[in-house]
Each structure stands twice: as structure tokens, then as C-alpha cells.
Design a protein around this ligand. Structure first.
Ligand SMILES: Nc1ncnc2c1ncn2[C@@H]1O[C@H](COP(=O)(O)OP(=O)(O)O)[C@@H](O)[C@H]1O
Ligand SMILES: [Mg+2]
Length: 234
């Protein structure tokens, strides 16, 4: 297993947020963590990244415990985090945004280059000389994902990439995730949008109130409408 989250409990100050969350992601998988607003998806990602270190439990990365390590060390070990709030430099061009994010992978190689990113994101090539801040919401989301790829991560954590985007743009982001899978990018996706998640993932974890309430294949989840109704219906 590439990533194993084992029975973590995470707090913000005195507030107990995650209650024994466990999940696993293997190389080449696209796994989704689905749940309503406030369920604990972002906190799970922050727990993995060391931004909200779990108080108990373990996070194993390539078999080694990383809980308690500083966020920069966790990022450098090959986990690329795409946060909910779009993390781009508004005053740098698209090309500069990509170029400053370039870093070799943990194996010293660099499969992702600006040229290769442009192949997958032709829209970004069209906009390469434009300032990041002048892009549309969907384009900024694409640039945020593309910047993280430029760090050649072994695992991509995508936090609600569909959030706040128009349906057509959400479809475009979905296509993009499918393309990344074809490029063998391993993905853990947090989403409220079940339809989007089911379209791109093979396995799903349902989180509610800081607890994993279901885990299985996406086909198994679809076969349990009562779970969808209870934890995911809006
Ligand atoms: N910095 C914080 N301090 C205190 N509580 C927080 C903080 N961030 C999130 N929370 C609370 O933690 C719970 C889980 O939030 P979050 O992980 O952001 O959920 P999701 O990403 O699934 O919407 C929510 O009840 C939220 O209000
Ligand atoms: Mg969130």
C-alpha cells in the first residue's frame, strides 16, 4: 500500500473532529472520500499532510509512519496536496506559475514538464502568458492541479476540485481526472459531489461526522441507495 491511514483522531484545539478514520490507497488507484460539508474530508487531508497532525493513530506512507512530521517534509516525500482554496500566484503568468512549481519526483525523475502539462491542459497553453489571477474559476482549478503535478508527486490529494464550478466545467475537470488516471497518477479525491466521484473512482469511502461509515467499490456504494440517502443526500 502506498498510503495507509490507521485509526486517526484529529482535533482542532479542544474540538474532536476525526474519530478513528482509516483508509488506504494503493499505487495506480483513484479512491474517493465522499461526504457532506463539514464531514471531515479536508481535516483528513490535513491530517495526512501534517497540517493538522492526528493526536492518535498512524499515517503510513510507503510503509513508514509520517504522522507528526512537518508538512514540508511530507510534501517532499511525494504527496501532492491540491487544497480547496485555489493556490495559484495571481500576479505570475500561467507559465511562471507552472515553472516555479517544478520539482523532481522522489525517484529523481521528472515525468511532468510544462510541455507535458500543456498536452493534458491545452487551455493552459492558450493562456500561458496571462496572469493567473485573470483566469476563470475552472481555469484556476486546472492550474492548481497542474502546479501540483509539476512537483512530480507519487500521490495526488484532490480536495473538492468540482466545488463552485459550473456543471460543464465540472465535466471538464472529470475528463481531466480520467486522463490523469491514464497517465498512472494515483489519486485520493475528496468530494461532496457523488456523481462526479463515482464517474472517476474505483473505490469509495463515505465519511460523516468524522467517522468512516462505508467503504467499498463504487459499484457497491451505488448498490446501497440507503447509504447514499443517509450520508450524501443534500
Ligand atoms: N480550523 C478549524 N478549527 C475548528 N474547527 C474546524 C476547523 N476547520 C474545520 N473545522 C470543523 O471540523 C469539521 C470538519 O471540517 P472539514 O474537515 O473542513 O469538513 P469537509 O472538508 O468535509 O467539509 C467541521 O465541523 C468544521 O466546522
Ligand atoms: Mg473540505
Amino acid at each position: 500500500m502506498l498510503l495507509q491511514v490507521q485509526d486517526i483522531h484529529t482535533y482542532y484545539g479542544l474540538s474532536h473532529i476525526l474519530f478513528g478514520v482509516s483508509l488506504e490507497v494503493d499505487r495506480g488507484e483513484c479512491v474517493c472520500l465522499v461526504g457532506r460539508n463539514g464531514a471531515g474530508k479536508t481535516t483528513t487531508f490535513k491530517s495526512i499532510m501534517g497540517l493538522a497532525a492526528p493526536r492518535t493513530g498512524a499515517v503510513l506512507w510507503k510503509g513508514q509512519p509520517i504522522q507528526g512530521n512537518p508538512p514540508f517534509a511530507i510534501a517532499r516525500s511525494g504527496i501532492g496536496f491540491v487544497p480547496e482554496e485555489r493556490a495559484i500566484f495571481p500576479d505570475l503568468t500561467v507559465w511562471e506559475n507552472l515553472d516555479v512549481a517544478h520539482k523532481l519526483g522522489t525517484d529523481g525523475r521528472s515525468p511532468w514538464t510544462v510541455e507535458r502539462v500543456y498536452e493534458i491542459f491545452p487551455r493552459l497553453e492558450e493562456r500561458k502568458n496571462q496572469m493567473g489571477g485573470t483566469l476563470s474559476g475552472g481555469e484556476q482549478q486546472m492550474l492548481t492541479i497542474a502546479r501540483t503535478l509539476m512537483g512530480n508527486p507519487d500521490l495526488l490529494l484532490l480536495d473538492e476540485p468540482s466545488e463552485g464550478l459550473a456543471p460543464l466545467i465540472v465535466d471538464a475537470i472529470g475528463e481531466l481526472v480520467l486522463q490523469l488516471k491514464q497517465e498512472d497518477v494515483t489519486i485520493l479525491l475528496a468530494e461532496q459531489n457523488l456523481h462526479f466521484s463515482l464517474a472517476v473512482s474505483e473505490r469509495a469511502y463515505v465519511i460523516d461526522d468524522g467517522r468512516i461509515q462505508f467503504s467499498g467499490t463504487t459499484a457497491e456504494l451505488e448498490a446501497h441507495p440507503e447509504i447514499i440517502q443517509k450520508y450524501l443526500a443534500v
